[in-house]
Design a protein around this ligand. Structure first.
Ligand SMILES: [Zn+2]
Length: 477
């Protein structure tokens, strides 16, 4: 028997003996992924109504919210057409009202866990879940692994930085055997990459040609790819699939990583608290949203849905977390949905055209106009020989453009591009911005370790952005 099949059998047996429905859920997703669109939509609608019914019956916060916003009438009937009247569930609400967001049957549930987040802006939350949800969460993750050819038990690299996933916090020997031996995962901790560590990782990867798949943090893997090119330390074997996540993947990053690792790169979107939501398929054309796991909306500042093609706030509704339902949860990311068209892969799923950044990752001009990452393509795509950039807004009318390049005299050798970029910034902001360009060795990171493209250093910006949105009516419980 192939060792990966043996590992898979041991894993599934272990799960089944522990009372897990992971395998059943994974098979469910596999067998339903190619359903006609109307059947998928009908299934999702049913799952959503079940979730709402459960939340209404067992979760004090939603009992009150559904009543206030008339999602449920006096007879207890759910009016799903009023779903979008429900205010988005913010991180602040979750933190402040955690006890009233938890189902009153929690004592009867198996293995309660906390899905703690780091929080890109340093504002962590910790939703609760149980084994039932965890089995869906894991199934959704492994399902996307399969899209890049990684099957359960096959050897893979985990190029990752979050300590809670790396066995650094509370992992005992049993957990390590379970993850590293049975799931066949080899960790390369990319939390603090130095040149010495990057050189060692490349050597390590080259010594493990049987590990042909990788799950990776995108920015750090891009750094490693650039390091490999700059120092002529090549990766000597081809990868069959690389799944990258935790930040947006630009086309330039994809091409660089693909050329260094000799294999296709797929982008995935998700969050620790809401699981793996969407991924690119083989055709690498937008991120398909798994309709069997969550319900996604893109909304404006008032919480009302915007049409495909328009940038808005991403709201996530977990279809399977009955312990602490996250309904219209505002994950603080911005994105654009694509007008539905069937994909060549045969799935009739909704697709993110782009994840466009964090909610507060935007420039706010003196006249109040805001610009997100999408806007930056126009003034920044002009640059060549550029590894990465970051925009710092220091005042309403002042930004600094930080440029990272292997060329030590970049500002001199790319003067024309800088002038053109400056002209483009001015032309689309009505000359409101003072723009300066600086070459830097590395970019600034957020408190969580994530690297944002726009860092808004005006203290009041976040307060004014959040002040624009309606506050939900909070239960008095
Ligand atoms: Zn597809």
């Amino acid at each position: 028997m192939n060792t990966h099949i043996l590992r898979q059998e041991i894993y599934l047996l272990g799960k089944t003996l522990a009372g897990s429905r992971f395998h059943r859920n994974l098979q469910f997703i596999r067998s339903h992924q190619f359903l006609p669109r109307w059947e998928l939509m009908a299934w999702q609608q049913q799952a959503l109504e079940r979730l709402i019914q459960n939340a209404y019956e067992r979760v004090p916060y939603y009992q009150q919210q559904f009543t206030i916003h008339k999602l449920v009438d006096a007879t207890g009937k759910i009016h799903f057409d009023r779903f979008t009247e429900l205010p988005p569930l913010t991180r602040e609400t979750i933190r402040e009202y955690t006890p009233s967001l938890i189902s009153n049957d929690i004592a009867k549930r198996k293995r309660i866990i906390k899905l703690s987040t780091g929080g890109t802006t340093g504002d962590p939350i910790s939703p609760y879940a149980d084994l039932q949800y965890w089995d869906w969460y894991l199934a959704a993750t492994y399902f996307f692994y399969e899209w890049m050819g990684l099957k359960l038990g096959m050897p893979y690299l985990y190029f990752w930085g979050a300590p809670q996933d790396l066995g650094l916090q509370g992992y005992n020997l049993k957990s390590k055997i379970w993850v590293n031996l049975i799931q066949n995962r080899h960790v390369l901790n990319c939390r603090a990459l130095s040149e010495e560590i990057m050189a060692r990782f490349i050597t390590e990867m080259n010594q493990m040609p049987h590990r042909k798949h990788m799950v990776a943090c995108v920015n750090e893997l891009y750094d490693l790819a650039c390091f490999s090119l700059d120092n002529k330390l090549p990766i000597t074997h081809p990868f069959e699939g690389i799944l990258v996540t935790t930040a947006a993947l630009t086309e330039e990053m994809r091409q660089t990583i693909q050329s260094v690792f000799h294999g296709p790169v797929y982008s995935r979107y998700g969050s620790r608290e809401a699981g793996d939501i969407a991924s690119e398929c083989f055709f690498q054309d937008g991120l398909h949203i798994n309709p069997l796991f969550s319900y996604i909306e893109i909304v404006d500042d008032e919480g009302k849905p915007v049409p495909p093609g328009i940038e808005g706030r991403i709201l996530i509704t977990d279809l399977h977390n009955d312990v602490m339902p996250l309904i219209r949860y505002e994950v603080q990311d911005m994105g654009i949905l694509r007008e539905y068209t069937p994909c060549l892969c045969g799935r009739h799923w909704d697709t993110f055209e782009q994840i466009t950044g964090r909610l507060h990752e935007r420039l706010i001009l003196p006249n109040g106009a805001t610009f997100g990452k999408v806007f930056l393509h126009y003034p920044m795509d002009i640059f060549t020989d550029l590894r990465a950039y970051q925009i710092h807004q220091l005042a309403p009318d002042t930004i600094e453009v930080h440029l990272v390049s292997p060329d030590p005299n970049y500002l001199e050798t790319h003067q024309y591009e800088i002038q053109e970029s400056h002209h483009r910034f001015q032309s689309c902001t009505q000359n409101m911005l003072k723009v300066s360009y600086h070459q830097v060795a590395e970019l600034e990171k957020a408190p969580s370790g994530k690297r944002l493209v726009i860092i808004n250093k005006i203290k009041t910006s976040q307060a004014s952005a959040s002040a624009q949105r309606p506050e939900p009516s909070i239960p008095t419980l």
